[in-house]
Write a protein that binds this ligand. Structure first.
Ligand code: ARG
Length: 463
């Protein structure tokens, strides 16, 4: 005889209800309630299809459809009482539906299982996140394009090893991030196109003997087609892993840019001024303005990449098809998605509001012998020196300037001629940072003309 505490969904073969610890480890309602809207959309599509194929009556389907909308409005209004005993969102919704519409609710689960149901709900949820990340990235790229346009010809030092290397333009530096976030965007779009197949109708693992129309539910839920193998449909979570992996790479890019903003906003650099809206003060040091948003963005990659690793470990070694291990997929993805969206929005706001300090950038651009390569190139081009010899001559001139405590353009012509007799007055043309950046017109180079061409290309691409 079934005991009154056994589960109302499968109590038939159980004599007793679960131990409290069993209930605690088994329940996912504490977090999968976030998929309520997706669960109800999936159930509504399923019920409509069951009626269209004659598996259930039109009147039952209508009652189910309406009842599900009532459940949704209760959840949205915060009036729904979630029950841990009912384990997850699927059973919570169905149990409430039964309270509202009675016996017809029991027909909703015909020709499906929680296995295809959860795979569908989770795909719909992840798909929404891919769309949100898409929008967040586009907004960030637009903010970077505005910065690049404003400072297309501002000179600043370019670094390797965080040592002054060659002058570049502010616009060029901003556009480097446009390329990175642009690839993140394309990864997000690729993932969306690949994941957009509907698991619903795969049922527990083998499909169903009911005459269902999987194309109909796929279409109703905005999928491109039904997933072609029922075992695969209920047992893979690679769509979530692709999201986490694209999110990790994007978070890594955000982290690098955040690190630059932390450095650039320091008193020692003063390359940028971050707006008050994206800074905080110190409770003890009145002069402080801290780049907390940038620091937190820098850190977010930790939890996002952690989620990717965690889900990889959950999935590895699982035999086909569904295993309860897979219930551990959601919290990781929820947390990673929340934090990626927050980081994208914060970065966009910071970029939109920040101001590049043109004078400080220009002053730094000329220091550290940043035009030494231009000098070496001039010796090659004008005097016909082999590059290795030009490199040596330039090194000698750099040492000379360093000894005198001045920059390369401050050396006298006579002093330079002592190092190499062929040097003429014209050399000063290449020693200025403006000349240096203006000369780098190779495709993808730092010259303002190239930067502006790339801004135009990106604007067209995003339009
Ligand atoms: N809460 C479960 C999950 O998130 C739903 C699927 C349960 N399926 C099952 N056969 N027990 O994975």
């Amino acid at each position: 005889m079934t005991d009154s505490t056994s589960n109302q969904m499968w109590g038939g073969r159980f004599a007793a209800g679960p131990d409290a610890i069993m209930e605690a480890i088994n329940a996912s309602i504490g977090f999968d309630r976030r998929m309520a809207a997706q669960d109800i959309a999936g159930s509504r599509a399923h019920a409509a299809m069951l009626a269209a194929t004659g598996v259930i009556s039109d009147s039952d389907a209508e009652a189910i459809g309406k009842g599900l909308l009532t459940v949704l409005s209760e959840i949205e209004a915060g009036r729904f009482e979630f029950s841990t005993a009912l384990e997850d969102i699927h059973m919570n919704v169905e149990a409430r539906l039964k309270e509202i519409i009675g016996e017809a609710a029991g027909r909703l689960h015909t020709a499906r299982s929680r296995n295809d149901q959860v795979a569908t709900d989770f795909k719909l949820w992840v798909r929404d996140q891919l769309d949100a990340a898409d929008a967040g990235l586009v907004a960030l790229i637009r903010a970077l394009l505005a910065q690049a346009e404003a400072g297309a010809d501002w000179v600043m030092p370019g670094f390797t090893h965080l040592q002054t290397a060659q002058p570049v333009t502010w616009g060029h530096h901003m556009m480097a991030y446009v390329e990175m976030f642009g690839r993140d965007l394309s990864r997000i779009r690729d993932a969306r196109a690949r994941m957009n197949e509907c698991p619903l109708g795969a049922a527990a693992l083998a499909g169903t003997s009911f005459p269902i129309d999987r194309g109909m539910t796929a279409q109703a839920l905005g999928f491109d087609r039904p997933a072609a193998n029922s075992l695969d449909a209920v047992s893979d979570r690679d769509f979530a892993l692709e999201f986490l992996s694209a999110a990790s790479i994007c978070a890594m890019h955000l982290s690098r840019f955040a690190e630059e903003l932390v450095i650039w906003s320091s008193a020692q650099f003063r390359f940028v001024t971050l707006s008050d809206r994206f800074s905080t003060g110190s409770s003890i040091m009145p002069q402080k303005k801290n780049p907390d948003a940038a620091e937190l963005i820098r850190a977010k990659v930790g939890r996002i990449f952690g989620a990717n690793t965690a889900l990889m470990m959950v999935m590895k070694g699982l035999p086909l098809a569904y295993s309860k291990d897979m219930q551990e997929d959601k919290e990781q993805v929820f947390d990673a998605a929340d934090n990626l969206m927050l980081a994208l929005a914060a970065m966009e706001g910071m970029v939109r509001d920040m101001s590049g300090n043109r004078d400080a950038l220009a002053a730094a651009a000329g220091s550290g012998f940043s035009t030494a390569t231009d000098l070496a190139d001039w010796l090659v081009r004008v005097l016909g020196l082999p590059f290795r010899e030009a490199h040596h001559v330039t090194g000698t001139l750099v040492a000379l300037a360093e000894g005198k405590g001045c920059d390369l353009p401050d050396l006298d012509l006579a002093e330079m001629q002592e190092v190499h007799g062929g040097i003429t007055e014209d050399v000063f043309d290449v020693l200025g940072v403006e000349n240096s950046v203006n000369s780098r017109t190779s495709y993808g180079g730092t010259a303002p003309t190239q930067v502006r061409a790339q801004i135009v290309r990106w604007r067209e691409q995003l339009a």
